[in-house]
Design a protein around this ligand. Structure first.
Ligand SMILES: O=C(O)CCC(=O)C(=O)O
Ligand SMILES: [Fe+2]
Ligand SMILES: [Zn+2]
Length: 671
């Protein structure tokens, strides 16, 4: 069914009398234009061009490259067909305008049948340029390998036939039908309650003989380093999947391998920071996960009937690129995977403590006793953490603080201002009359500043690469409390003062030990309206990215530095520095009062429960708790401590000192 009178111009305002169907068609086409503009920023034009955007004709709508080509090529030769992954539209570029006009006339409102047999109506609009933002170069997660054609078709057949899905159902332990796939275990039973194995209870019979001989061969050929002793066979029908998970560190050794049989599939690998890499596992290929890809990245298979794959024939295993001129759909068949693992006998000592179930319970760092130890602590528990949580952290930091804005707005126009520890740059654009430059230790946070087109560079706040006396003002917001010795905190303040010209001012904020001051609890604690709105907004953003802030603990809220309640009413003068040297740093519980000045503050990344819904206990094989927890080191300041540190500096006057929503603040002036 084609829409009638398609040759008419959609912008035609003349005296054409339209019938009902024509009107409906025009409404739909205009709606398609509107949606493309609103949701995707794709601007359609009313004059004919070589390029068309084809609404509804996308991979995300279940339309394959072949089907769309079939419909499009009738109008003439094409230069390119661009099909972005998961999008409900595609772009076609014809060789000449004549051909694109023909397609516009012939195909607008035309019905095609998608790969699932459903009817889809195409709506075409001209665009100036077929544009699609490049996702940048992607690479396989470090430590990941896909070895293609690792076994012959005969061996594949033999292995598939060796799996007896009907037999030994008497023993329910070895074989299970999970909601989204069926599984069978050998060597050791995998327990989906605790995502581990009972190491003292090997299953009788060990691994099947046929597997043993194949494993020996792979060992000899160097594909694997260790002989596995546990096998899980997973069988996925089209539409089945496995939620994103990390195989429990304490249960299995480093090397985990998975043999794909019967049908290809796309596996998603996700870094805790949010980067996703899609990896094609062709049938008869071996996936080898070691190091970072095994310990830090999650892997999972999205339950669906089609995968977006590379269209070119020569492509098989490995990463699915963002080359949208070469993507199509692949219908899933029944895939059976043999996942081999080696049960761990010694505690995991991987270098990914934030996601390691053993190390999470292991010893926490202590207060540093030397500057070398201080550097190590800050590297591990400040710099590394901010880099890992940068995107998520940034999404919770968008409301500028009023008194900081006030300071920046009061500066004379044309002032040169440094924001030392600028984070995502939320203060860099506050006052357009200033020349502001940011710096931060985290490259990932700076990338966000650069995306926002701010001037910012990576540096250490103890040695900032700017000339002395070159700034009219500086701000240091929530930075000094991340230095782990008193000497380093003073040195960081001194470095700020060095940047200032005589008469220049610095505004400094640090987190306060006293979270209740003069019987006043922070407005965020009292649940101000804006704060709640902010939070909702944040969680929407995060949910959309597949991450959700842990609401239960109430942490990670906007400006955490002000959100801690107190049951002990700490008296104004009653805060004595509390340090227990040579002992572990305590982990602070968010939304409680501080009991120590030197603390580790947890940051949770929680996966979006809306996606990859857990249908099996603990969300299937993998980490019992799939939310990585990161600990940031803080030295929270007592009343008077920040002023005392400033008095240790030469050439400064303290112009102001105040308490602002859980923070101690000073304004310094260089003499
Ligand atoms: O099906 C696969 O290849 C992977 C299975 C898996 O990740 C697991 O069982 O832990
Ligand atoms: Fe796994
Ligand atoms: Zn580990």
């Amino acid at each position: 069914m084609a829409a009638p009178s398609i040759t008419m111009n959609i912008n035609h305002k003349g005296g054409l009398k339209l019938n009902k169907i024509e009107k409906k068609f025009l409404r739909k086409q205009s709606r398609a234009r509107h949606v493309l503009l609103q949701h995707e920023g794709i601007q359609a034009v009313s004059h004919p061009t070589q390029s068309l955007v084809v609404a509804n004709g996308g991979l995300g709508n279940g339309v394959s490259r072949k089907q769309l080509l079939l419909a499009l090529e009738n109008s003439g030769p094409m230069e390119a067909l661009l099909m972005p992954p998961n999008k409900p539209y595609a772009f076609v570029i014809y060789k000449t305008i004549e051909e694109s006009k023909k397609a516009y006339a012939n195909l607008n409102g035309k019905e095609i049948i998608d790969d699932l047999g459903q009817k889809i109506i195409l709506y075409l609009n001209y665009v100036e340029k077929a544009q699609w933002k490049k996702l940048g170069l992607q690479a396989l997660p470090p430590g990941l390998l896909v070895v293609e054609e690792i076994i012959s078709s005969e061996d594949e057949k033999m292995l598939l036939e060796s799996v007896n899905w009907t037999g030994d159902t008497g023993n329910q332990n070895f074989q299970k039908s999970l909601k989204h796939r069926r599984v069978k275990h050998f060597g050791y039973e995998f327990n989906y309650e605790n995502n581990s194995v009972d190491k003292d209870k090997p299953l009788p019979g060990g691994l099947p003989d046929i597997c043993n001989s194949i494993l020996e061969k792979w060992l000899k050929e160097g594909y694997i380093k260790h002989k596995p002793d546990q096998l899980t066979i997973n069988q996925y029908e089209p539409g089945h999947g496995i939620p994103a998970h990390i195989d429990t560190h304490s249960a299995f050794e480093d090397e985990i391998i998975s043999l794909s049989l019967g049908s290809e599939i796309v596996m998603d690998f996700k870094h805790p920071e949010g980067v996703t890499v899609q990896v094609m596992l062709p049938r008869r290929s071996l996936l080898v996960m070691t190091g970072e890809s095994r310990y830090l990245w999650t892997h999972g298979i999205t339950p669906r009937k089609f995968d977006t794959v590379q269209a070119s024939e020569q492509f098989k295993g490995g990463i699915i690129t963002s080359d949208i001129g070469d993507l199509t759909l692949s219908k899933r068949g029944i895939r059976t995977s043999f996942t081999f693992r080696k049960v761990r006998r010694v505690p995991c000592n991987c270098s990914y403590s934030s996601v390691c179930d053993r190390q999470r319970k292991a010893t926490l760092p202590s207060l540093p006793e030397s500057s070398k130890e201080a550097c190590q602590l800050e590297q591990e528990h400040v710099h590394r953490v901010y880099d890992l949580i940068a995107r998520h952290f940034s999404s919770t930091r968008h409301s500028p603080w009023p008194r900081i804005v006030e300071f920046l707005k009061a500066l004379p126009s044309g002032s040169v201002v440094a924001d030392v520890g600028c984070g995502n740059g939320k203060y860099l654009g506050i006052n357009k009359e200033l020349y502001m430059i940011g710096c931060d230790h985290s490259q990932n946070l700076l990338d966000i500043c650069r995306e926002r087109e701010f001037q910012a560079l990576v540096c250490d706040a103890l040695s900032i690469p700017f000339r002395s006396g070159s700034f009219d003002a500086c701000i240091s917001i929530a930075v000094i409390h991340h230095f782990s010795t008193a000497e380093r905190r003073v040195a960081a303040l001194q470095e700020l003062v060095r940047l200032l010209r005589p008469g220049g001012q610095a505004l400094i904020y640090v987190w306060a030990m006293e979270q209740e001051y003069k019987n006043h609890r922070s407005k965020y604690l009292r649940g101000s309206k804006t704060c709640l709105q902010d939070k909702e907004e944040i969680n929407n953003v995060i949910a959309a990215e597949g991450l959700l802030v842990n609401q239960m603990s109430g942490e990670n809220s906007e400006d955490l530095e002000s959100s801690v309640s107190s049951t002990d009413n700490i008296k104004e003068e009653g805060c004595k520095p509390r340090k227990v040297p040579n002992s572990e740093l305590p982990v602070h519980t968010n939304r409680t009062s501080f009991h120590s000045q030197d603390v580790l503050v947890p940051w949770h990344l929680k996966r979006n429960p809306g996606k990859d819904k857990a249908v099996e206990p603990f969300g299937l094989a993998g980490c019992p708790d799939p939310c990585p927890v990161f600990h940031r080191y803080y030295h929270v300041f007592c009343n008077g401590e920040l002023e005392a540190s400033c008095q240790a500096l030469g050439d400064v006057n303290i112009l102001q000192s105040y308490y602002d929503e859980g923070n101690w603040c000073v304004v310094l002036q260089k003499v």
